[in-house]
Design a protein around this ligand. Structure first.
Ligand code: ADP
Ligand code: MG
Length: 310
């Protein structure tokens, strides 16, 4: 079976952990154990988030004031290289010596007319005081939004339209190579009037980007791994219940948190509708059980309505 596995940003850096290289490597080593088992039985494609990492890159960038800050697409590329390198090495160290694994820097086309560009929502980089935020807004034209008592830069999160490197990725996967791609939701790019690509100051949602990747690769299964055992109904309340399985129409009719579970459910439903194949959302440590249908939330056309767990 061809499987696209999307690793959440927290699979690479747990919430509250400091952003050291050592912590990232330790977490990726744990993820690699799970991924190696899937690789042993299936064609594996790995996508991943980069939220914490791109935030760190922005902080480092802001600390050196001799040059203008680097644009977000370039910082995105930098983190994707870093994460891809560590996954390649940690997974490469435990899978058979003859097996191939490679990272493909992935550019994803967005539509400059996407309504998301007129309404930036995705927070990136460090926090600023109100006064600093006002100055940056004026001097650099950044959009700033409140994040608790501080302010952060917010950027647009347009929909992913087309994966530039898709044919290359397909060639590699068809030939048995484990491919790490669409990292951080891909690097957002667009075409100018002369049909030349340029980088765009935006962040594509990694769940929507990896769903598109899974569809384009003809994956039989699309799995999103995060730090909760599945999708919950009434999440965070005393009556929360885990959803074991659902039909896309049934789960999409429910309301999920915009910045976190919402895009996962949306990405899963789109993939299932467009391909007729299955998608699942669950915890990294449960990957094997999720693949066997014994853990996580399964989204499939074969399910009638919603099936709740205990
Ligand atoms: P990732 O990096 O894996 O994409 P996110 O923070 O975007 O992580 O999404 C996972 C988080 O979504 C969980 O840690 C949980 O706190 C939150 N969440 C919000 N709503 C729900 C829900 N209905 N069911 C489960 N988790 C939810
Ligand atoms: Mg997320």
């Amino acid at each position: 079976m061809r499987v696209v596995v999307a690793l959440g940003g927290n699979a690479l850096l747990q919430r509250g952990q400091d952003l050291s290289a050592e912590n990232q490597r330790d977490n990726i080593r744990v993820a690699a154990q799970q991924l190696a088992e899937i690789h042993a039985h299936h064609e594996l494609v790995i996508a991943h988030g980069n939220g914490p990492q791109v935030g760190l890159a922005a902080l480092m960038d802001a600390a050196y004031t001799e040059v203008e800050p680097y644009p977000l697409d370039v910082l995105g590329a930098k983190t994707i290289g870093m994460i891809g390198y560590i996954i390649e090495q940690e997974l490469g160290n435990i899978i058979p010596f003859e097996d191939h694994i490679v990272t493909v820097l992935t550019q994803i086309v967005v539509d400059p007319a996407d309504p998301a560009f007129s309404k930036p929502t995705k927070p990136v980089g460090p926090v600023y005081s109100k006064a600093e935020a006002a100055r940056l807004q004026k001097e650099k034209g950044w959009s700033m939004a409140a994040d608790g008592e501080y302010f952060r830069k917010v950027v647009p999160s347009p929909l992913p339209r087309r994966i530039i490197e898709i044919d290359t990725i397909k060639m590699l996967v068809d030939n048995g190579v484990v491919v790490i791609c669409a990292g951080g939701g891909g690097i957002p790019v667009a075409y100018d009037e002369d049909r030349k690509l340029f980088g765009v100051e935006a962040v594509i949602d990694k769940d929507l980007a990896s769903g598109l990747l899974a569809r384009d690769l003809g994956a039989e299964m699309f799995v999103m791994l995060t730090d909760v055992p599945g999708v919950f109904m009434d999440y965070g309340t005393p009556v929360q219940r885990v959803i074991r399985a659902a039909h896309p129409d049934a789960i999409e009719a429910l309301d999920f948190a915009a910045g976190s579970m919402g895009p996962k459910v949306l990405g899963a439903c789109r993939f299932v509708r467009e391909t007729g194949n299955m998608s699942a959302i669950g915890r990294l440590s449960d990957l094997k059980e999720i693949m066997a249908g014994r853990a996580g939330t399964l989204i499939s056309n074969d399910i009638d309505g919603i099936v709740y767990g205990e």
